[in-house]
Design a protein around this ligand. Structure first.
Ligand SMILES: Cc1ncc(COP(=O)(O)O)c(C=O)c1O
Length: 421
């Protein structure tokens, strides 16, 4: 089925007399007739819901829908995008291991990688994802377990050359993990270009209405975990009586392990009510993304021609240095997010933000309502000036998330605020 159809029907096909809409199964637990059945569930010998931390019918429907949209073998919803990133990495790396990450990433991910994972013994090296192969090669070590990057980076709108980076990672026998939050599976399906694991902050476009925090990890099923270096997949898991994930679950080894081992132990699960909201958003995702992209193109063009604006970073703009990558990986558009800098620098940026009337200042992005943020003083506040530069963020950069209002009204508000800036 095509994306539009999957968004409406994927993951849940009601039977005769069943509810038309995915029901909210608001129950922590499920009943069984025999102790043997419950024991079988705990030993992963049979499938079924038994406790909503590990699986719930509402959450399951959303996981199946997102897995289908990305073209993966399975998905795991989490309580937030941060939880998805944490579990995605911990599922393949442990103390003593190393990860290579693009430096063009969300500030929260940067903190997780540079500070918290470090405390857990996992070292992350940051690289310029646009650097030549030879330079990127140098970042890999014998204990490297993954390469991490964002399809469209937050907030600098860098575009990932997915195939090139996937080839590089595979040459070093490690998977490519892609945060596909801004692109969504409507604009880019990273598995089709060689990525192995995809994740999202569903808080953003997948929900789209600023209702519910959430995350999801999707497994392509394509990475060979028996290639060496991933002992936790190929050696017995003592917490399941010696079960070996690659033997027991084949192509789904990664996503099953993430659920039955990490979600079991860490508990950062999505709620049934939360999954219901995400599903509501998913149903209209293709139509929303189309309009977000068109509105953002109009706004980016307006900003690019405005005398108060120094630079605009929207990869679909003619002459953008990454336009060729945007053309290849995001042919239908680059989402509603754009970043720009004012000639008057940081002070002009602050005056601009204060003067906006329709466009709201909020710590959020990818919403149906147009919103704006100054990354250097908010989401990326913990980064040093050098780290900001590496992430492609100038002190005066403004991130604008173009919503679904009529473009004329967005432009009118931007114009009056630019006048005051
Ligand atoms: C690209 C990206 N990934 C991950 C996250 C973290 O997601 P959450 O806020 O749902 O934890 C964000 C949040 O802004 C993000 O923009």
């Amino acid at each position: 089925m095509k994306t539009e159809t999957l968004c409406l029907h994927g993951g849940y096909q009601p039977g005769n007399g069943d509810p038309r809409v995915v029901p909210i199964v608001q129950s922590t637990t499920f009943t069984y007739d025999s102790a043997a059945e419950v024991a079988g569930l705990f030993d992963l010998e049979r499938e079924g819901f038994f406790y909503s931390r590990l699986g719930n019918p509402t959450v399951d429907a959303v996981e199946k829908k997102i897995a289908a949209l990305e073209g993966g073998v399975g998905a795991l919803c989490t309580s937030s995008g941060q939880a998805a990133i944490l579990l995605a990495v911990l599922n393949l790396a442990r103390s003593g291991d190393h990860v290579v990450s693009s430096s063009s990433i969300y500030g929260g991910t940067f903190n997780l990688f540079a500070v918290t994972l470090k405390k857990m013994g996992i070292e992350v090296s940051f690289v310029d994802q646009n650097a030549p192969d030879a330079e990127l090669e140098e970042a890999f070590r014998p204990n490297t377990r993954a390469f991490f990057a964002e399809t469209l980076s937050n907030p600098s709108m860098n575009v990932l050359d997915v195939t090139r980076i996937a080839d590089l990672a595979h040459a070093h026998h490690v998977p490519l993990i892609v945060d596909n939050t801004f692109a969504t599976p409507v604009l880019c399906r990273p598995f089709e270009h060689g990525a192995d694991i995809v994740l999202h902050s569903t808080t953003k476009y997948l929900d789209g209405h600023a209702l519910q925090l959430g995350g999801v990890i999707v497994d392509s099923g394509n990475f060979d975990w028996t290639c060496g270096g991933f002992a936790e997949f190929t050696e017995p898991d003592a917490s399941y009586h010696g079960l070996v994930y690659t033997k027991a679950f084949g192509k789904a080894a990664y996503i099953v392990k993430a659920r039955v081992q990490l979600m079991r132990d860490m508990g950062c699960c999505q709620s049934p009510q939360g999954a219901f909201y995400v599903n509501q958003g998913l149903e209209t995702l293709p139509m929303r993304m189309e309009k977000h992209c068109r509105n953002a193109e109009i706004v980016a063009d307006f900003l690019a021609h405005h005398p108060a604006v120094e630079s605009v970073n929207y990869p679909r703009l003619p002459g953008h240095p990454l336009a060729h990558l945007a053309e290849k990986y995001l042919p239908a558009g680059c989402s509603g997010v754009t970043a720009f800098s004012l000639r008057g620098g940081r002070d002009a940026g602050m005056r601009f933000l204060d003067a906006l009337k329709l466009v709201s200042l909020q710590v959020h992005v990818a919403d149906i309502r147009t919103c704006v943020l100054h990354p250097a003083s908010s989401t990326h506040r913990q980064l040093s000036d050098a780290q900001l530069q590496e992430a492609g963020i100038t002190p005066g950069m403004i991130r604008l998330s173009v919503g679904l209002e009529h473009a004329d009204d967005i432009l009118a508000d931007l114009a009056q605020a630019l006048d005051k800036a």
